[in-house]
Design a protein around this ligand. Structure first.
Ligand code: UD1
Length: 419
């Protein structure tokens, strides 16, 4: 199993390009199932989660692969879809695969998708996805760990989510594009990835209004066409690279992102003492002087993203004073805390709050990645620690970060992957 070795202390500087957004890509790959024709996605990150989604699309009978001669593009053609069942072995690897349910149901009138089950960061049920599809007329049954959904014909309806769910909003939005009549989603997630999905569905011929707000209206159409789309830069990867610049007292510019989607993250970096400059497609962070403590509470967009929580906490371990980080989105997303403590961080957790008392220095140590963003947090901390850190179980990182060690090395980090 691969490990990542980091010798901390190098000040990061330079310019690096963010890859395409993992979360947007996964939703768009599911949306491709709705097309009558080929969907081409460009600027796709080469990640394990994308490979998993490709496997799922193929298991459903679609043709889906990397485009020849273009390392970052996917070609997906659902013409040969013949098997509306997403198997446990694939779905359990990645919860996002549950997003094929809506499109399959809309296309076939029936679908069978394994329940994703629990995962390291909490229970993460799919009740809201199912509630939404039921409001469109689907009959839902649970059968031996599988969700079976059927609908002779989906019809528009009113879906009022009890909480904001990103993939739930996307799942229902996709199903509604081919339903008869109008669907209203209330309490919709407002994440940029929802907006991007709505835009691409629109380019395929769907009629969607209001994406980016909490009320989205979808008027069903007969069919959707193929489309070509370039995926937006990954705001979480970009935020992670900026956090690495911040914690090492560096000067890092990330290109290929839209800083307007990163405001709450950039605001926290400013509070921590960084100087931030942005233009339409880049964000630059410069840090001189001591790190300032702060309070951060995760929340759905436009709030501070839960996917940046571990990386921010890693930065705050070295602040001059005490910080508080409250995790409101997921119930068990502090697995990085014991690992950060191994590096010398002073953190105590009570319920959904973590209290971080800044220490003057962290010391390298062997640590273990427990989930995707937790591992990103460990890497950020290790870059600032004295001496060597070995991060084990890096397959978690490979789910969501493209060549992270190469990118950080390009910025001056001493980091290597050991096979
Ligand atoms: C997406 C992102 C993930 C991010 C999360 C929150 C993808 C592939 N993943 O995940 O990176 O961390 O948004 O920004 O886009 N919930 C329910 N019932 C449901 C659905 C969700 O109770 O049916 C709860 C979850 O357990 C969680 C909260 O709602 O506590 C938010 O989850 P949700 O927004 O659905 O996260 P995902 O869409 O799975």
């Amino acid at each position: 199993m691969d490990r990542i070795l980091i010798r901390g202390g190098a000040r990061l500087s330079g310019e690096i390009r963010a890859s395409g957004s993992k979360n947007s890509t996964l939703a768009l790959m599911a949306a491709a199932l709705l097309a009558d024709g080929e969907v081409i996605l460009r600027n796709v990150p080469r990640l394990r989660d994308v490979e998993t989604m490709l496997e799922i699309l193929r298991a459903l009978g679609a043709s889906a692969d990397w485009a020849e001669g273009d390392e970052q593009s996917l070609r997906i053609d659902p013409a040969a879809l013949n098997q509306p069942e997403a198997p446990y072995d694939l779905v359990r690897k990645m919860r996002a695969s549950f997003m094929v349910l809506g499109p399959l149901l809309a296309r076939f009138g029936s679908a069978r998708v394994s329940e994703p089950g629990g995962c390291a960061i909490g229970v993460r049920p799919v009740d809201q996805h199912l509630k939404g599809l039921a409001a469109l007329g689907a009959k839902i049954q649970l059968d031996h760990g599988y969700v079976e959904a059927t609908a002779a014909e989906l019809r528009g309806g009113r879906v009022a989510f009890d909480l904001t769910t990103v993939n739930g909003t996307q799942n229902v939005m996709m199903a509604a594009t081919l339903a008869r009549g109008e669907t209203l989603i209330e309490n919709a997630a407002r994440e940029p990835e929802v907006v991007e999905l709505a835009a691409v569905l629109g380019a395929m011929g769907a009629e969607i209004e209001g994406a980016g707000g909490d009320r989205v209206v979808i008027r069903g159409v007969e069919s959707l066409s193929g489309v070509e789309h370039t995926v937006t830069g990954d705001r979480i990867e970009a935020g992670t690279l900026l956090a690495a610049g911040l914690v090492t007292g560096g000067d890092v510019r990330v290109t290929g992102v839209k800083p307007v989607f990163m405001e709450s993250t950039l605001e926290k970096f400013r509070e921590a003492g960084a100087d931030i400059e942005t233009d339409e497609g880049t964000a630059r962070i410069r840090m001189a002087g001591p790190l300032q403590p702060l309070r951060a509470v995760t929340a759905p967009f436009p709030g501070f993203p839960t996917d940046m929580q571990a990386q921010l906490m890693a930065v705050l371990t070295l602040a001059e004073g005490s910080s508080v980080v409250v995790e409101q989105v997921f119930e068990n997303r502090f697995m990085h805390v014991p690992e950060l403590q191994r590096l010398g961080a002073d953190i105590s957790v009570s319920g959904r709050s973590a209290h971080i008392r800044g220490v003057p220095r962290l010391m390298g140590a062997p640590v273990m990645a427990t989930d995707l963003r937790a591992s990103a947090g460990l890497i950020v901390a290790a870059l600032a620690a004295e001496g060597d850190t070995v991060v084990n179980r890096v397959y978690h990182i490979d789910r969501g970060y493209e060549r992270i060690e190469a990118k950080l090395r390009a910025l001056g980090a001493e980091i290597e992957r050991e096979k």
